[in-house]
Design a protein. Structure first.
Lengths: 252, 252
DNA sequence: AGTGTTTATCGTCAGGCAGACGACTATGAT
DNA sequence: ATCATAGTCGTCTGCCTGACGATAAACACT
């Protein structure tokens, strides 16, 4: 059967990004302010159309680079700097999720270490890192006390799904190291877990767990006192990607 | 900004289904034979175009009903018969995954109890349940000994991803009950795990684990001897959807 | 009726891991 | 010198799992 354009309705396909990082002990997501209708002036997740010759993962990596300057961490060359983790999250295709037309959005999840101020095509006032509870409306108002409008489109749902994915995935994988700089201490890694899960973990049991899991952390030999207190050993992420047995998330 | 059709390339959006069931102690997937090019005569996953007014989940449920007659198990009305579990799996959008045009496929995963022979629009010879190792080419030939061509398009990858999702998800959720009839015994549930994981589990430890997890299984009071041997208690799936601590998958 | 086979179910025991928490170490700040 | 902060090493206890013995209740034979 030849290609029959009348046999199916045309769609626009976009990628949206849930970019997470840990700043000042809380889990933050990248939000951009919309400059045009619909939802003009409201905050949204970064994203854009998939180009005609582009893979979905390529489109997501391109958008990520455009918005943050981050390169995607290539699993084949894991030693590179400034690399972020990127994975597909889910696809959202409600017929009326965009009032203009039928848009299917393939959401991706990116995890990055703490970064300098974001840039959105050079315009800093139109992009920011915001704590996820703030963006999800669980605190009711933004940093300046102004009440925060909900995210545009269905982006609150997408963000919630991305946060939940990150929360569950650090349980059984070494993904939490994606929030850390290339070299980090056990305490810094623990603060990542604490920020993502919003819990307090016992430093001694955490230390025993992560240093006792073979392949998870490899010591670099160096130490640092950047967190104050006694110098701490520096580690790099080991080759192990799966954590078995998993890190247990305490009951709320 | 008004809707500008030149700003983005048009895509076709489809749903493809990985429908899994357990038959004769092995994990099987639904495959349909393609009646038209490309890949004419080859086996493929069932699927079809998303309609203009349809949600992605609706489209997947519609395709599932068309191919198998299964209704989707509504979480709000969990007592209904013949209900299958359906969830979104992942989205595949390589620019050249379909030689005809740019197609983005939102794959879904469906888990169903063992069913009578499949129907594909009434034509039984064009649809069948095949063991997944067979479809993934890990055994080299089909039921009749004829060598099996690989699945059409990128469906081998989609099927592999779906199988992996099912294998990992029954670890920490009550999803394995989706492979069972409404009432089932502990042994039947164990054989589901054994088929999906391709392992042998200790019946005594398995029994202790599943009956000791609160909310997982609720006894119906009845018993059955349909498996032979001593009569076994019948259970229904309890309200718990998460299994904590998870069922441990033995090392290979 | 007895014997073997099959499946279900209960119990016991040892090892491993996690939570709770004490103790000690090494730095910077006052 | 003293204190506050953070890191690291141990201990103890309880829970869960894997290994496996023992018993129970059906069916199929002879």
């Amino acid at each position: 059967m030849p290609y029959d354009p009348s046999a199916f309705p045309p769609f626009a396909v976009t990628v949206d990004l849930v970019v997470l990082t840990v700043r000042r002990h809380s889990l933050c997501a990248l939000a951009v302010r919309r400059g045009e209708p619909p939802f003009q002036g409201r905050w949204a997740l970064p994203g854009g159309f998939v180009r005609a010759d582009e893979d979905l993962a390529q489109a997501a990596a391109r958008e990520l680079a455009e918005e943050t300057g981050l390169c995607v961490h290539d699993p084949a060359a894991p030693a590179q700097d400034n690399g972020a983790h990127l994975e597909q999250l889910a696809t959202y295709g409600d017929p009326d999720r965009d009032p203009r037309m039928r848009v299917v959005s393939v959401a991706h999840l990116a995890l990055a270490p703490d970064l300098p101020a974001p840039r959105a095509g050079g315009d800093a006032s139109n992009a920011r890192w915001a704590p996820v509870e703030e963006l999800l409306g669980q605190v009711g108002h933004g940093r300046d006390g102004e009440p925060l409008a909900p995210l545009a489109f269905d982006h609150a749902q997408i963000l919630a799904d991305g946060v939940e994915r990150a929360r569950s995935k650090i349980e059984y994988s070494s993904l939490a190291t994606a929030f850390c700089p290339p070299e980090f201490t056990v305490g810094e890694l623990r603060r990542v877990y604490e920020a993502v899960w919003s819990v307090a973990l016992d430093p001694r049991n955490f230390h025993r767990k992560v240093t006792g899991t073979p392949g998870f952390l490899v010591p670099t030999g160096g130490t640092t006192t950047r967190q104050g207190g006694r110098p701490a050993q520096l580690f790099r992420a080991g080759g192990a990607t799966l954590l078995n047995p998993p890190m247990l998330r305490p009951e709320v």
